[in-house]
Design a protein around this ligand. Structure first.
Ligand code: GLU
Length: 481
């Protein structure tokens, strides 16, 4: 029964690495299915056994789940078109291969590697491109499963097809040769297997990287030979490195999706960022929740040219998505990174520092750097002061000593640090020169030349600890006065 339901799929090979480019392919296929109330299938293409890496399937699923890309059918949850692991679908592949043999459209390849090499040399000497079909055996042996099985291109012609992103495309007859559909190890090639799987799974729209454009004539030849209708093709533009010159590859720093999870990026930020490499909905708005992306997504707005992978932009997206979160969720997000610094036993201090720390980062992986550059030094249970650094530039050490004394007196007069207290302190500082008062205070509270402002520090440290640190600062100053 044929329905008009949109069915897309993500068909990664289990090679151990979930490249962000692959994630974007999955994302577009998922967005398009969700937008149209359709189905999104996860299928693992593992027929190239030499490239397979143990644990990859779990890794792929974990990455997609982290991003919130959920599938309707897949290896873990099954579905009406199970199995979803390509190597377990051999029976189907064999069935269709047999149909091609029966129609005289596939044949066993009897040649050894050396013989094929010989043909290649002959072609080279004749200054012709090597095409296997020029050397096709006249009476191929009966296929016994041990020889490669090749598709017979009976009528090499121009290929024409329509791509929903790139429009009408074509390729000359030289793009078509008798290619292998079942290898001598019994496994189908990707070229053949995916056609059968897509057919049996009812896939309506094939979204994949545009590096598959050059193989599309082969797929068309198979659709024709098998007498099946072509699905829609949606070729996605490449993801380029930050310089825009080369495709983003592992060697240029392309990371695994889960690296971003480890570094503390929000999945919704990575999703938003990836969605915008190669697509945008038009207009000024850039920050989209997953639900908004689903609502806005359309194939018409996928770009034909490559988009840049710019990590600075990803940081920006992360920061923007952090701002969309409720305060409790923001705290939950940043807490493990601050706790992980392991610099204080004081849980209350950590808790009160969270929002201030969040303001200083774009993703939680940056928290450790804040400790290194001194900005979080104030969190430590023990801070070390350099008395020479306590006084503000235009002010004397005696002034610093005196102002800190006034702050101590003011603190002695209040039970805790309130807005009224900080207002009063600000008024005092304004009167006496802000730097003269606030710099020494900030430095003795934090032990660092970089820190949050002294009002924030007072609120985070609270009265008792603040008094202790100011007194320690004054003692040190007294020693050099
Ligand atoms: N298994 C192919 C790959 O990982 C999938 C290509 C496709 O989507 O058809 O590159």
């Amino acid at each position: 029964m044929k329905t008009n339901q949109v069915v897309t799929r993500f068909a990664p090979s289990p090679t151990g690495f979930m490249h962000v480019g692959g994630v974007r392919t999955a994302l577009y296929a998922w967005l398009f299915a969700r937008k149209n109330g359709g189905k999104f299938i996860l299928r693992i293409e593992d027929t190239d056994k030499e490239r397979e890496v143990q644990g990859s399937i779990e890794h792929i699923m974990k990455s997609l789940k982290w991003l919130g890309i959920e599938w309707n059918e897949g290896p873990d949850i099954g579905g009406p078109n199970a199995p979803y692991i390509q190597s377990e679908r051999k029976a189907s592949h064999q069935k269709y291969a047999q149909q091609l043999i029966d129609k005289g459209l596939a044949y066993a390849d009897p040649y050894t590697e050396e013989e094929v090499e010989g043909f290649r040399k002959q072609a080279e000497e004749a200054k012709k491109p090597f095409l296997y079909r020029d050397y096709r055996p006249e009476n191929p042996p009966v296929w016994d499963g041990s020889q490669p099985l090749r598709l017979k291109i009976v009528d090499p012609k121009e290929s024409h097809w329509h791509d929903l992103v790139r429009g009408d495309l074509s390729a000359g007859p030289e793009a078509l040769d008798d290619f292998v559909i079942i290898k001598s190890d019994g496994y189908p090639t990707y070229n053949f297997a995916h056609i059968i799987d897509d057919l049996e799974m009812g896939v309506t729209h094939i979204m994949r990287s545009d590096e598959f454009i050059s193989s599309t004539p082969k797929y068309l030849a198979l659709y024709e030979a098998l007498g099946i209708e072509r699905p829609e093709f949606v070729m996605l533009p490449p993801i380029m490195g930050a310089d825009g010159k080369k495709k983003l590859g592992k060697r240029d720093g392309a990371k695994d999706a889960m690296d971003y999870q480890r570094e503390g990026y929000l999945p919704q930020a990575l999703m938003n960022f990836l969605a915008f490499i190669g697509w945008n909905p038009g207009g000024e708005k850039e920050v989209f929740t997953p639900q908004e992306l689903i609502e806005e997504f359309s194939i018409e707005r996928i770009h034909t040219s490559g988009g840049k992978f710019n990590e600075e932009k990803l940081k920006w997206f992360n920061k923007e998505h952090l701002k969309l979160m409720l305060e409790d969720a923001q705290k939950e997000y940043i807490r493990p990174a601050v706790v992980g610094l392991n610099v204080t036993q004081d849980a209350g201090r950590i808790e009160r520092s969270l929002l201030s720390t969040l303001e200083r980062i774009s993703y939680s992986g940056e928290v450790a750097g804040l400790l290194e550059n001194g900005e979080l030094n104030y969190l430590r249970d023990e801070i070390v002061l350099d008395p020479a650094l306590i006084a503000w530039k235009q002010s004397t050490q005696q002034d610093a000593y005196n102002h800190l004394g006034v702050v101590l007196d003011k603190l002695a007069g209040v039970p805790s640090i309130t807005q009224a207290f900080t207002d009063d302190l600000l008024a005092y500082a304004t009167e006496h020169g802000k730097g003269n008062v606030l710099w020494p205070l900030r430095y003795v509270l934090s032990g660092s030349q970089k820190s949050p402002d002294p009002f924030t520090l007072l609120t985070i440290l609270e009265k008792e600890e603040a008094v202790k640190r100011i007194e320690a600062g004054r003692t040190q100053l007294a020693g050099i006065l």
